[in-house]
Design a protein around this ligand. Sequence first.
Ligand code: 5GP
Ligand code: ZN
Length: 120
Amino acid sequence: MSQENCIFCKIAAGEIPSKKVHEDDEFVAFHDINPAAPVHVLVIPRKHIETLSSCTEADAPLLGRMLSLTARLAGELGVAYTGGDTGFRTVINTGPGGGQEVYHIHAHILAGERPWRRMG
Ligand code: 5GP
Ligand code: ZN
């Protein structure tokens, strides 16, 4: 899908409404419209990158910051791993074989009481 028709580019630009939990110069995070778990947040770069398979070594700093942001947001959402039964899942679906539906790279943060809906 091209950048012009990309739902997540439109969400990042504020052209499509979303329940945002974080916004900065480089990333936006918002609640998934169809949550598979009690906490289900998507973290996206503002830059339109289609998939993890489109990434090169040049994207490594962005990917590193994206992953560290997911950890920080998990803390702010109250689902960080702090011992015992706590913690969250981070998922990046890649291509049809990985169950990707939106072709703008995103990390899912999933957490909370089971059961969770199966993804993909
Ligand atoms: P994927 O399967 O590509 O890894 O995940 C795409 C996710 O985006 C799905 O969990 C889906 O529910 C979510 N999603 C799709 N369209 C929208 C939307 O317009 N708004 C929000 N907030 N989430 C969306
Ligand atoms: Zn996009």
